[in-house]
Design a protein around this ligand. Structure first.
Ligand SMILES: CCCCC/C=C\C/C=C\C/C=C\C/C=C\CCCC(=O)SCCNC(=O)CCNC(=O)[C@H](O)C(C)(C)COP(=O)(O)OP(=O)(O)OC[C@H]1O[C@@H](n2cnc3c(N)ncnc32)[C@H](O)[C@@H]1OP(=O)(O)O
Length: 232
């Protein structure tokens, strides 16, 4: 399975004009500083197909884009930094608004295909989201498998995408049922189960594309930030 991951990366590198017969993957990884994109790509929408996306991911993406045509679903754009209302909401809770302006989402800090490749679709009426996620070779834990912490990160983001506004994760409970092969595509189905004052209770499951494998189940508690309280 790691071989297919490596093959995928080779084709990305080939597209970028890297020479054939490049050193083996483990020897060819770029220094960490090279992984972080420069200022000029900060406003790029990262939730769109790129050459690292597998056939499965592209296929599912196309299916969900079709569902968006009647307005029942929407694709959530994804930026490293936000200049949207969400950022404005967060600024209220931080003593130093610069912290929010300069904040960069770490899941978007990798070059295409190496880290978190994902797109989230939201159904507002049904208060649920579907996150399509392909974890790249830099997210490896046990050899050949996705690190559980990377899965937890995506679960956190997927659950958070069901909330809206300025919230923080207060509790995340994950049952890892089956290991996720590195570079495979998983589907995270999340929903808002209950809203109680400032508390949002959410749950999700993580499945394979063919839905036969249940990789994880999780619940989360998110708290709407209180404008009277400051987080820093
Ligand atoms: C954080 C990002 C900032 C920068 C963002 C930049 C740009 C923004 C743009 C876009 C944002 C989009 C996406 C964001 C990206 C990724 C998501 C990352 C999510 C995270 O990675 S986030 C980090 C991990 N997260 C924390 O670092 C939280 C630490 N924590 C706290 O900051 C406080 O703890 C807080 C705020 C959660 C609550 O504090 P608080 O003072 O407002 O509220 P309070 O304590 O009064 O609780 C109110 C009611 O919730 C109940 N309650 C609270 N906690 C509970 C628990 N654990 N279990 C059961 N019940 C709980 C109480 O029992 C009470 O219940 P009741 O009302 O019934 O009495």
């Amino acid at each position: 399975m790691l071989r297919s991951c490596t093959a995928g990366l080779r084709s990305i590198w080939a597209l970028r004009g890297r020479r054939e017969g490049a050193p083996r993957l483990s020897m060819d990884l770029q220094p960490a500083r090279r992984l972080f994109s420069t200022e000029k790509v900060i406003h790029k929408d990262w939730a769109l197909p790129n050459p690292s996306w597998s056939k499965d991911l592209k296929l599912l993406f196309d299916q969900f884009m079709k569902k968006c045509e009647d307005g029942s679903w929407e694709r959530l754009p994804s930026y490293k930094r936000r200049s949207t209302q969400e950022s404005e909401d967060f600024k209220t809770y931080f003593l130093d608004p610069k912290l929010v302006e300069e904040a960069q989402l770490f899941t978007r800090g990798f070059e295409d295909g190496l880290g978190f490749e994902y797109v989230i679709f939201k159904n507002n009426d049904e208060k649920r989201t579907v996150c399509l996620f392909q974890g790249g070779p830099y997210l490896q834990g046990v050899p050949g498998l996705l690190h559980g912490g990377a899965m937890a990160t995506m679960i956190d983001i997927a659950l958070g995408s069901c909330t809206g506004g300025a919230v923080m994760t207060a509790n995340l409970n994950i049952n890892f049922k089956r290991p996720v092969p590195l570079c495979s595509v998983v589907v995270i189905n999340s929903q808002l189960d209950k809203l109680e004052g400032r508390k949002l209770f959410l749950s999700c499951n993580v499945r394979s594309v063919d839905e036969k494998t249940l990789y994880s189940e999780a619940t989360g508690l998110f708290i709407k930030l209180d404008p009277e309280k400051s987080s820093t």
